[in-house]
Design a protein around this ligand. Structure first.
Ligand code: DP6
Length: 330
């Protein structure tokens, strides 16, 4: 008998970044992190366990994937098959409503949606915490896409203690994430390899040691909606991560000239009184964060910069959830 379930998940943007693991296999991070789900971006995934299949299949935005991408998905399916006492292989069909290759990390929403759909299709009924742990084993940041809104991923020390939980619902604070697309090139070094290089930087130790201080300042500013304190700590955390990347062996440079152009402009705008700050993941695109009511003004300013191709506007999003009927496509 074929057993099917579908789920939807949002990617997230980290304000306090995850960079470096204590346990690579289980993706137990070196320190805790904090993020916001992105409502307007979504991955929808259908998983069908089918006893007649000779192997797992992955169809991403209509295209059959093989190699590393399929292997990573099969690894997650194996974990779920073990948990549910299942033998059947599965077809995984997944679609993003945002352009693949636009430099927007999709592994978070991909593994959040996959864990939710596959565990349900396997007959498991997992709690939010169990799902967050499971999603983490596929992609660290996926653990943060499971709960709603503003989310903290407690590093923990083992599989049981490393999971994410919501610290505030999406309507707690109307923040906008204006994703400035600088380049649509595929990133050279993926996050998984990047995490494994973090400890080769002589400054990663200091960064990790200071992580709880940054997280506490950021959490408090977020809960009190204090943009000024929030902005300073988010930028410091981002710069520390990129300093580690640039001083790893081999060094990782994710910025393009346009990246720096936006960073500098954002700092000038803030010094002129506009509540705005930036953060950047493992790629050249800049996430420009501001209160929603400032978004139109900030978008106009961004439009005047040379290196800016286009801007995607996102607001705080809900949790990963099962889709009642089969997903209709996005
Ligand atoms: C820079 O979760 O993408 O976006 O576990 O290897 O999939 P894997 O890594 P991933 O790392 C995220 C890195 C980051 C910062 C962050 O989102 O916290």
């Amino acid at each position: 008998m074929i057993s099917t379930a579908s789920a939807a998940a949002h990617p997230n943007i980290a304000f306090i970044k995850y960079w470096g693991d204590n346990n690579q296999e289980l993706r137990i991070p070196a320190h805790s992190s904090l993020s916001m789900n992105l409502k307007e971006l979504e991955t929808r995934t259908r998983v069908s366990f089918d006893p007649s299949l000779a192997g797992d299949q992955l169809i991403l935005n209509g295209i059959h994937e093989e190699g590393a991408a399929l292997q990573r998905v099969s690894k997650m399916l194996n974990r779920i098959r073990n948990m549910g006492g299942l033998n059947a292989f599965a077809i995984v069909e997944s679609e993003n409503n945002f352009p693949t290759g636009a430099g927007i990390a999709s592994s978070a929403s991909a593994f959040a949606a996959l864990s939710c759909a596959a565990s349900s299709a396997a007959g498991l009924c997992l709690s939010e915490r169990e799902l967050s742990r499971l999603a983490r084993t596929g992609s660290g940041s996926a653990s943060r896409s499971i709960p709603e809104g503003y989310v903290e991923w407690q590093a923990g020390t083992d599989h049981d203690s490393s999971y994410a939980f919501s610290i505030a619902s999406p309507d707690h604070w109307d923040l906008a994430d204006l994703i400035v697309l600088i380049s649509e090139e595929h990133k050279e070094t993926g996050s998984s390899l990047g995490h494994s290089l973090a400890d080769t930087s002589p400054i990663q130790g200091a960064r990790v040691e200071d992580a709880n201080r940054r997280l506490e300042i950021c959490r408090k500013a977020l809960l009190e909606r204090d943009f000024s304190i929030f902005a300073d700590i988010v930028e410091q955390d981002c710069n520390l991560m990129h300093a580690v990347m640039m001083t790893s062996d081999p060094p990782l440079y994710y910025w393009f000239p346009g990246t720096l152009e936006v960073m500098r402009a954002v700092q000038i705008w803030r010094s002129h009184g506009i509540p705005v700050c930036y953060t950047i993941d493992a790629g050249p695109n800049v996430h420009v964060i501001c209160p929603v009511k400032e978004a139109e003004k900030v978008k106009r300013e961004l439009g005047s910069l040379e290196g800016v191709n286009s801007v995607l506007e996102c607001t705080p999003g809900g949790p990963t959830h099962l889709l009642e009927s089969d997903f209709p496509g996005v």
